[in-house]
Design a protein. Structure first.
Length: 262
């Protein structure tokens, strides 16, 4: 009988130890929130055709914070054009976009990575959480990200890039230099898309807003479909397989919000 009691005590001790260990593991694995950004973000997407806020209005609406999950972006976060931006016209958009959207692109803001995301999202009437999510998929918020490498023989390497293969997409939202606005290196988004965070986001969101408002080469069927326009940004085609896979990745990032725990 004494041996039986001893075994019961040992089993109980082991069981308690396992429960304590499981609790400790759960506590250790629980995500620690570090971001000041609220779950819902700060701004909602404005309906198609809405009047859009100015640079200054959005600068005043930015929620300032020392939180910077990407300190490596600091040089690009504090760089902006010396004066007015002059870009070539884009054949991927209609005359309304070229006259009224592209001319709003200034890159005239500095701050932390998230503050710049807020500013650009506000300026183009796009929910800041959608921009954060797309930036997760494209670069995990690193301005140094370089992608879509191509052999030099394709003739798409940007000026000054002697690598083979060479990267053709740059920055936080991976702007493919020879499409934005064209393959002409004069009056192009490159190299500002690589060296200036605010300009990079300003340019990319101008195109996405233009698509959302129905001014892209795809036509008015894109109106009001922000995720579709993000897919178009990635794939260059409307809702093809690549675009739909990309949309799924952006939506997953919207749902999981990894930036809350960086």
């Amino acid at each position: 009988m004494a041996g039986s009691s001893t075994r019961r005590v040992l089993v109980l001790v082991v069981a308690v130890a396992l429960v304590v260990a499981a609790g400790a593991l759960a506590l250790m694995s629980r995500k620690h929130r570090t971001s000041p950004v609220p779950d819902a973000g700060y701004f909602k997407t404005l309906p198609p055709g809405s009047a859009l806020p100015t640079d200054a209005a959005c600068a005043a609406r930015v929620h300032r914070s020392p939180w910077e999950p990407r300190p490596d972006n600091d040089p690009q976060n504090h760089a902006k054009p010396d004066g007015p931006v002059h870009l070539a016209k884009s054949t991927a958009f209609d005359s309304t976009w070229n006259d009224k959207y592209e001319t709003r692109i200034t890159g005239d803001f500095t701050g932390t990575t998230d503050e710049i995301i807020q500013w650009a999202a506000c300026k183009w009437g796009i929910a800041d959480n959608m921009v954060r999510a797309q930036a997760v998929v494209e670069s995990h918020w690193h301005m140094s990200e370089q992608g879509d490498k191509e052999p030099r023989s394709d003739g798409h390497c940007p000026p000054g890039n002697d690598s083979d293969p060479c990267a053709t997409s740059y920055g936080i939202l991976q702007i493919k230099w020879y499409f934005h606005p064209s393959a002409n290196p004069v009056a192009n988004s490159y190299p500002m898309s690589k060296t200036m965070t605010a300009f990079s986001l300003d340019y990319a969101l101008a195109e996405e807003r233009g698509c959302y408002d129905g001014h892209s080469f795809v036509g008015t069927k894109t109106t009001g479909n922000l995720l579709g326009c993000m897919g178009l940004w990635y794939a260059g085609e409307w809702l093809n397989t690549g675009a739909q896979d990309y949309i799924g990745s952006v939506q997953h990032a919207v749902d999981t919000k990894p930036w809350l725990y960086w």
